[in-house]
Write a protein that binds this ligand. Sequence first.
Ligand code: ADP
Length: 577
Amino acid sequence: MNGKDLYLRLLRHVRPYTRIFALSLLGTVVAAATEPLIPALIKPLLDGSFVAKDPHTIRLMPLLLVAVFIVRGVAGFIGSVAMEWIAQRVVMDLRSAMFARLLMLPTRYFDAHSAGSLLSRLTYDVNQVMTAATQALVTLVKDGLAVIGLLGWMLYLNWRLSLMAFLIAPGIALIVRLVSRRLRRLSRELQNLMGDLTHVIDEMLQSHKVIKIFGGQDYEQRRFHRVNNRVRQFNLKLAAASEASGPLVQLLTVVALGAVIYFASLQSAANLITVGGFVSLLGAMAMLLAPIKRLTKINEQIQRGLAAAETIFALLDEPPEPDRGTHTLGRAQGAIQFRNLSHRYRDDGSPVIQQFNLDVRPGETIALVGPSGSGKTTLMALLPRFYEPETGDILLDGTPIRDLRLADLRANIAYVSQDIVLFNDTIAANIAYGAGFQASAEQLAHAAESAHALEFIRELPQGMETPVGENGAHLSGGQRQRIAIARALLKNAPILILDEATSALDTQSERKVQQALDTLRQGRTAFVIAHRLSTIENADRIVVLDRGCIVEIGTHHELLAHSGLYASLYQMQAHHK
Ligand code: ADP
């Protein structure tokens, strides 16, 4: 998109606030209109008061001058505050829209973009846009009108002299153009750097324990310093580019001023211009300097804003997860069929799932086993449509899941993963998260009890209302998992995905969690990804994956008897115990 389209699109976000916008423009226009009044008052002031000594003018002029400044102040204030109101609104709207869009984006998008860069778009970039859309607009209108007004007055006073001043206009335009291009490029890079900066900070905050253990402080500090320093450099470059245009433009203006003074004195010799007229003309020219300087400066704001608008609109235009399914689905039976399923993450990558076929009966527990990287997690990510498979289908109760409404499909699946996600809220809110928000206290307690979580929740001083801390930092690993299981129980979905849910626990907690999981699995179609084969011995069927293909399938005993990959994995683990 070019600059004009971007700006127009930005202005479209201002459209809902047309009235306030009109008020702001009115204030700004009135304030700007007072600008040429000042040199216009100077002419009668000088010619009338000083030269002709007219008593009426002597009294009137100072009063008029004060009145002009009062109007200018009030109108300017209204114009600016109204514009700020719009600015804050637009920022809020854009942030909401970006947040809403992020919630809809496919998993692929988050794989490809760092959390840091997205964070900085919602915080830093949006603010850049705000300054461009509003402050710059106020300056543009106010100073633009002031310049037009002043020029108009000059033309009216003496068009010959004024036209000379206009000769510098193409020069100014050229400077502004050249500087714009550089400013926009620098702003774009600065934005990316801000993303990198947030990214480094974000990673440091996430991994402070690893940093401590591995003594990574110096490394992190250096990494941060590099980005931090680059941000400083780019800000400086940006400031330099912006500051250079001001003096250049002023120089041109002053040259014009000098020429005008010279020719004016020639004209005055011929009595073509009065003293008041001449001073007024010079005053108007001098008054032109400040708004012209500001106008060249807003160029920086606009370029920064446009660079930010580009990334913001790119995010807003990002296509949401495909949800073209029209079949509604209430509570599913839980029969699942995988039909010739194949998947690759990248078009040029190797297949992660290859020709996978499996029929799962409602209520069956399927364990997925295989070396790390064999595609277990990927297979399970295809079921709730986190990713779209390259070819093949998954059928739920006979309907291809791509034909189901996404929300319906996901409402039928509960998921407990290895890295439990808890929100920084109370235990109750975490169990009731999402669809179960309206759960009653009894339902909560029941879910917690079935998950063997109630026993430790009772012992906490605030019980269910205990805050869990960021990502459950106040709880032990086993406690976190039981809360996640309670959440899945409350959701009461017919299909369950358990991703290595008990891998990180001591025997005591593991028994509790295992019991909770057994309760959870009852009456549901369950997929269990397990590394510890002892936990899945009682699964109905065990599917052994290798490089995305099924290599063995059967019960624990069948597979042991078969003496294949499963048997060797099992022997290896038994050996290590
Ligand atoms: P498992 O769960 O059996 O350890 P995964 O399904 O996690 O295996 O990974 C299978 C393969 O897919 C691996 O080679 C891994 O590098 C690749 N992979 C997994 N997730 C992604 C992703 N989001 N983007 C690209 N490649 C991925």
